[in-house]
Design a protein around this ligand. Structure first.
Ligand SMILES: [Zn+2]
Length: 255
């Protein structure tokens, strides 16, 4: 293994102290270990978060370091399909708050969590509230991945129903490492509202939030048609995400 300059776990103790004294930003990628249909790996969300974090740190060379990725997330809605390993949301919130609190306690002042998994959002909000009580001096922010690429996602040929393991997510994994995608096994999941179970339909068409397990969307746990995804689309999506997170990180560094 060769040393990578912006990896936190490749720093020595004096180097970490220096970076902390310099006011560097830390990025914590978080993901999930959960079903992603028949064509994408279980670690898809961690892989995408990790990719974005390292590219952002590369843009901000010397001022930003990437912590080791948290590869487990909050995925009870995916448990009905094989391969999923979920943490309780309270444990996930406390894990993030604990890591952040450790860092704040040793003097770090800026931490940005990048989550590749939307199911972590509520728990990250809880972590944010916990940290406001325990370490209000820490600038703690969290960012999604896919949702930031509004322009590039808008260019995709997307089905009426799209999302998990669909067009955008599959394109991103193709762009990061196409050997991770089992192209022969990519299959459409739910692609139209007419196919959805009553509860899944309610979750997709009304503002009040209702939770749904993914087998209620489609038997293969996929939303949308991943067979139309291309690595070129994935590059455009990831470029837009990296640009947006980098711009935000620069503003955090200026705090
Ligand atoms: Zn995912």
């Amino acid at each position: 293994m060769t040393r990578e300059a912006h990896r936190y776990d490749h720093l020595t103790s004096p180097e970490a102290e220096q970076a902390q004294c310099d006011g560097a930003l830390l990025i914590l990628p978080v993901g999930a270990l959960e079903q992603h249909g028949d064509g994408l790996p279980l670690g898809t969300d961690s892989i995408r978060a990790d990719h974005v974090a390292h590219r952002v740190a590369g843009e901000l060379a010397g001022r930003c370091f990437v912590l080791p990725t948290v590869p487990y997330g909050v995925s009870p809605h995916h448990r009905t399909l094989p391969g999923t390993v979920s943490l309780p949301p309270t444990l996930f919130a406390e894990l993030i708050a604990q890591i952040a609190g450790e860092l704040a306690g040793s003097g770090w002042r800026r931490l940005l969590v990048v989550t590749g998994h939307g199911g972590n959002a509520a728990a990250l909000g809880v972590a944010q509230q916990l940290l406001l009580s325990s370490h209000a001096e820490l600038a703690f922010a969290w960012s999604p991945v896919t949702a930031l690429a509004t322009e590039a996602n808008g260019q995709l040929p997307r089905a009426e129903v799209t999302g998990h393991s669909g067009e955008s997510e599959t394109a991103q994994v193709l762009a990061i490492d196409e050997t991770l995608v089992r192209r022969d096994h990519l299959r459409p999941g739910a692609t139209s509202l007419a196919e959805l179970s009553p509860r899944a339909l309610l979750s997709r068409t009304a503002k009040p939030s209702i939770a749904v397990t993914f087998d209620q969307y489609a038997p293969n746990g996929v939303l949308g048609d991943p067979t139309t995804a291309t690595s070129e689309d994935g590059e455009a999506i990831l470029d837009e995400v990296v640009a947006a997170v980098t711009a935000y990180a620069r503003r955090m560094l200026a705090l």
